[in-house]
Design a protein around this ligand. Structure first.
Ligand code: SAH
Length: 344
């Protein structure tokens, strides 16, 4: 093991310059990946946690330049699931062995705090042994508190980028990094298992920006960290930019595992989209979560954050079967478990 990787593994940290060196070399860094896998096995064995993703609305009031469901995309066909449809997704997922449901949407005011609380408490009542994760964007402290009191266990809100300068190149002027970071601090304070993360290879991003992301996460100490490559969408201002790099994303997953040994880290759908067997590779580099889609088939293709998204054509049961085989082929095992983060 090179001294650099040894230091990162033993101390969970490296100075900026060395991190930059790891990120900028163009190699398939087997030693880095093996070290990350070792740390993952020390903390989570070969367990892979599954999260049933329910994408319940693609309406969005935000206009992020990278995202396919941005409000400015007038060609997007919009949909909302009814509360009963959401409960049905959870029911199907429960039968398939899911013990965590992730409710994700655009920023859709139709889903008032009352409705979100009704959905959360309804799922918790039907499946008391399950965790509910929300991923519905930026909300006031009081709203987060209400969802938590209704039974929500976890919240995903990627910070997207910790650089003020880059943030303003990716978002219109009415969006604010300061507000987003405040949300993350609020979520942690309330007691959520909190997830953050960023996109890799988004337009204008530098290695320094990525290091800023790592430093921000060290400060936040989230329970969950989700990253994935930026992928272009034809109906966005970023339609002509390159997709984020696969190898760079793998390296960052490995670095994150070494920096945050006990965090849960998903091998994301975006990673599976950018490369064949991308998620399996992610698992081998330190990721320990996969998030199959439980949304009804008829809406799957409409939740299009980026082009060519995988897994939009199969029923949930097929998806889980396929993923189980993939996970096993990589040397791991999907478990029936809430899969709580071991960060406390
Ligand atoms: N409205 C919620 C959910 C957003 S979608 C929120 O604001 O948190 C979930 C994540 O998808 C985003 O946080 C972003 O990191 C990612 N995403 C959006 N567009 C993407 C793209 N074009 N390529 C890759 N990831 C993208």
């Amino acid at each position: 093991m090179t001294p650099l990787i040894k230091e990162l593994k033993q101390t969970g940290n490296l100075p900026d310059l060395q991190l930059k060196q790891l990120l900028q070399t163009d190699d398939y860094n087997e030693e880095l990946f093996a070290a990350a896998d070792e740390v993952r096995r020390e903390n989570y064995g070969t367990d892979v946690y599954i999260r049933g993703l329910i994408e319940f609305s693609n309406f969005c009031t935000n206009n992020c330049y990278y995202c396919g469901i941005r409000s400015g995309n007038t060609s997007a066909q919009r949909y909302r699931l009814t509360i009963d449809e959401i409960f049905e997704c959870a029911q199907t997922g429960y039968a398939l062995g899911f013990r965590t449901f992730v409710l994700q949407s655009g920023e859709d005011d139709y889903f008032s705090d009352d409705i979100i609380c009704e959905i959360v408490s309804g799922i918790k009542k039907r499946h008391p042994d399950c965790a509910v994760t929300l991923s519905v964007g930026e909300k006031p402290y009081e709203s987060y508190l209400r969802y938590f009191n209704a039974g929500a266990d976890r919240y995903l809100l990627r910070h997207e980028t910790a650089s003020q300068e880059l943030y303003s190149k990716l978002h219109p002027g009415d969006m604010s990094l300061t507000r987003r970071l405040q949300c993350l601090h609020d979520l942690k304070k309330i007691g959520y298992q909190t997830g953050s993360g960023f996109m890799v290879g988004v337009p204008f991003q530098t290695a320094e920006n990525l290091i800023e992301d790592l430093r921000f996460l060290q400060e936040l100490q989230p329970h969950m960290i989700g990253i994935g490559p930026f992928l272009r969408h034809a109906e966005t201002p970023f339609k002509n930019y390159e997709n984020g790099g696969f190898l760079l994303t793998l390296k960052l997953i490995a670095i994150l595992r070494l920096m945050f040994p006990r965090a849960t880290i998903p091998a994301t759908t975006a990673l599976g989209t950018v490369a064949k067997n991308g998620r399996e590779q992610g698992l081998k580099c330190g990721a320990n979560v996969v998030m199959p889609n439980l949304s009804p088939l008829k809406y799957r293709k409409l939740y299009t954050l980026y082009d060519d998204k995988i897994c939009t054509g199969e029923e949930a049961a097929e998806c889980v079967g396929c993923l189980r085989r993939r996970v096993e082929s990589a040397g791991y095992k999907i478990v029936v478990d809430r899969g709580d983060s071991k960060v406390f």
